[in-house]
Write a protein that binds this ligand. Structure first.
Ligand SMILES: [Zn+2]
Length: 63
């Protein structure tokens, strides 16, 4: 997702220019999401599989 075309509701300028506090805040928030937004879907699936396997292992040990 890109924020280049996003227009700020506070100053009506593009958020990417960061003219006001609201712009900069939303810009920072979007940059924080960056690493997750760019994450490979295959990587997410692999992480999910590992998580499920770990849970299954724990459940097996609990019994
Ligand atoms: Zn603004």
């Amino acid at each position: 997702m890109t924020y280049d075309r996003l227009v700020c509701a506070n100053c009506a300028a593009p958020v990417s220019e960061g003219r006001c506090r609201v712009c900069r805040a939303s810009r920072e928030r979007m940059q924080e999401q960056g690493p997750f937004a760019g994450l490979n879907p295959a990587m997410l699936i692999a992480l999910m599989v590992i998580l499920v396997a770990a849970l299954a292992l724990l459940a097996h040990q609990a019994i």
